[in-house]
Design a protein. Structure first.
Length: 434
């Protein structure tokens, strides 16, 4: 009988992160200083990030050591399990083999602590006393509050208003670990007050929340800013997901034909796919790598690949990425973690180079897939992860039609235990396809 769970021992956990920057066929365009449109130098980023993260953002080293203190905290949930979706395969009556890497085993219930622990560690080493951030669905905010708690650093979270109202238990989790969370836009910043005056009924956006968090950070000498997606060092930290998955699939002598991840800013997708992208670039394998977006915020599918701001206040550097525009405010869909107007420069460039492909789905159909997954595999998936599940199901059904025995791998980036309000909305027929 083929195994359902494929596990690694703690001593098999990756000791280095994989940095794709030196392997990129097309080098990334440099980030630009918003004050003069000149390429950034490391000192320009020093008000926001500790120097070690700035070095990682621009590093040309293919592998970067994971600090021992970070590895010790990782051991609370890593190595994360890889599952064979036997029951879903049976339900679909497909010859495809479906595997999913499950990141919901972390204390915060998502993949986000893979980078929050690292970011807070480097801040602690450089004497940071306080960190500000934004959060969409609350997964990143809760992960950062967890990590700040471990390293005794104060944390302030600006949470997109729609998610603040939809996901009350993520707020509770942030408070449980000692951080302060406010709905964004908030009266706590100059930009937040401006947006409340201009758009008093706004549901908020990650672009607004980032603007508030950055403003807060630069106005306080003891404060740095942390971002849960998009930037190169975040993509780097998440590669532990794919590196583990490769070892696990090696144990059962499998290699994926298709690698799938949901995509907002890009961290979950990068985590599962970049180690496989390395193989694709080197020519040792040729997996299809698919980014899955919500149709309400289809950055890679419909955005423009150009320089844009990361926030609505235009305080962040200009980065070249697929973007729907820094002032884009998406509908208040329930996959709050996939509502960012832009996408990681790494993911954007790989997509532009045709090494990665993108697709999008409406939220009703992804919730249908999420329910199918929960009823077969037992795990209620976060709304973000249902996008990857929907794509995996579609690819498996194609195999049913063709008879091909393809191996499909996707990342289940988090559990949906704090998202049951969203499922209640689905079952009551109140979800729209905005």
């Amino acid at each position: 009988m083929e195994p359902t769970k494929i596990l690694l021992d703690e001593n098999e956990m990756p000791k280095k992160w994989y940095n794709i920057l030196p392997d990129m066929p097309t080098p990334l365009a440099p980030p630009l200083n918003p004050a003069n449109n000149e390429p950034l130098n490391p000192e320009d980023l020093a008000p926001l990030f500790p120097m070690e993260l700035i070095k990682q953002e621009m590093s040309s080293e293919r592998y970067i050591d994971i600090p021992e203190e970070v590895l010790e905290i990782y051991k609370l949930w890593r190595p994360a399990p890889l599952y064979r979706a036997h029951r879903l395969e049976k339900l679909l009556d497909t010859p495809a083999k479906i595997y999913y890497k499950y990141e919901g085993v972390s204390p915060a219930g998502s993949h986000k602590p893979n980078t929050s622990v690292a970011q807070v560690y480097y801040n602690m080493k450089e004497g940071t006393e306080r960190i500000t951030t934004e959060t969409g669905a609350g997964q990143w905010g809760s992960a950062l509050s967890l990590s700040c708690n471990y390293f005794d650093i104060e944390c302030k979270v600006y949470m997109v208003r729609s998610s603040f109202e939809q996901k009350p238990y993520r707020k509770s989790l942030i408070n449980l670990w000692g951080a302060k969370v406010v709905p964004s836009p908030s009266p706590d910043t100059e930009f937040g007050r401006h947006m409340l005056e201009k758009y008093p009924d706004t549901t908020g956006s990650l672009g607004i929340a980032i603007g508030e968090a950055v403003e807060d950070a630069v106005k306080h000498d003891n404060t740095k800013y942390a971002l849960g997606s998009v930037l190169n060092h975040v993509m780097l930290h998440q590669t532990v997901i794919g590196l583990e998955a490769q070892q696990q699939l090696d144990k059962v002598e499998e290699y994926p034909d298709i690698v799938i991840g949901c995509c907002g800013g890009g961290s979950n997708l990068a985590g599962i796919s970049l180690p496989y992208m390395r193989d694709k670039i080197e020519g040792t394998h040729d997996p299809r790598i698919i980014a899955v977006e919500p149709s309400a915020c289809p950055t890679l599918c419909d955005g423009k690949f150009e320089y844009d701001y990361g926030d609505m206040a235009k305080l962040t550097p200009l980065i070249k990425m697929y973007s729907l525009g820094y002032d884009f405010i998406p509908p208040a869909i329930h996959a709050g973690g996939l509502r960012y107007h832009g996408c990681s420069p790494i993911i954007s460039q790989l997509t532009a180079d045709k090494l990665m492909e993108a697709t999008s789905y409406h939220q009703v159909e992804v919730f249908e897939a999420g329910v199918m997954f929960a009823r077969s595999e037992g795990i209620p998936p976060a709304p973000e992860s249902t996008h990857a599940i929907k794509c995996a199901i579609d690819e498996a059904l194609k195999c049913k039609q063709t008879g091909e025995e393809k191996t499909i791998l996707f990342c289940l980036s988090g559990h949906g235990h704090f998202d049951m309000y969203s499922y209640d909305k689905y079952f009551s027929g109140q979800l729209s396809n905005d």
